[in-house]
Design a protein around this ligand. Structure first.
Ligand SMILES: N[C@@H](CCC(=O)N[C@@H](CS)C(=O)NCC(=O)O)C(=O)O
Length: 222
């Protein structure tokens, strides 16, 4: 049995979706990432010293050779994908697997930590509050650059094998779609290929269940 620490609509949603896909019982514990309300408490920091969600605990046995939570979304997704008794959520062959990891790593390291970090947490980049607006503005431009790259690859020839089926990259792209709406980007008109992909992803019953549990409005995908 797994326990996932999550925050509604955060990157932890991708891990939540994969848990739903596994069709095994799991538990959720809310730790709101909004302004660090639930992630920076002494109690949560004693569970996950990084103070972030997602964090995954296996209640029956350690994950790997270490007790305690597994952190970092790409690691959690790869781990959960390998636990699936039915469905193939991660490519088996080295080339395709490497492409999948290439995307997970870039989405986590560049789009999330760099670009959205600048937009939502400018204090991580500079101490001087006067500089925050410039950091946020640069972050928004970085997000747009990143999103154009995503759109080109979903719609174009390169990377099509990753995007044609359904694998661990898809729930992460769903999360970034939601975030694009949250920061008021014109997602539908700017990113039509991504919009189509998101539409097919939300048809999956597992995805619907996770979205409903987290209270994510389906209108975000209209
Ligand atoms: N590198 C981490 C980043 C996790 C992360 O930053 N999560 C955000 C939510 S999307 C969070 O917990 N923020 C709360 C905080 O910064 O206090 C991963 O990929 O899992």
């Amino acid at each position: 049995m797994y326990l996932l620490y999550y925050s509604p609509g955060a990157c932890s949603l991708a891990a939540h979706i994969l848990l739903e896909e596994l069709a095994q019982p799991f538990k959720l514990e809310l730790r709101s990432a909004l302004k660090g309300i639930g992630t920076q408490t002494p109690e949560y920091l004693s569970i996950n010293p990084k103070g972030r969600v997602p964090a995954l605990l296996c209640l029956d046995s350690p994950i790997g050779d270490e007790a305690g939570v597994l952190t970092e979304l790409p690691a959690i997704l790869v781990y959960l994908a390998h636990q699936a008794k039915t469905g193939h959520f991660i490519p088996a062959f080295p080339g395709e697997l490497a492409r999948c990891l290439e995307w997970l790593n870039w989405l986590s390291g560049t789009v999330h930590s760099l670009s959205y970090g600048q937009v939502w947490r400018p204090q991580r980049f500079v101490d001087d509050e006067n500089l925050f607006p410039a950091i946020v503005e640069k972050g928004r431009r970085n997000v747009m650059d990143n999103y154009r790259f995503i759109e080109q690859h979903i719609g174009g020839a390169r990377g099509q094998s990753i995007f044609s089926g359904y694998n661990v990259v898809h729930p992460v792209l769903l999360v970034f779609w939601i975030w694009g709406k949250w920061i008021d980007l014109d997602m539908n008109n700017s990113f039509p290929a991504w919009h189509r992909l998101v539409h097919s992803v939300i048809e999956r019953p597992a995805v619907r269940r996770a979205l409903a549990t987290e209270g994510i409005d389906l209108k975000l995908f209209n």
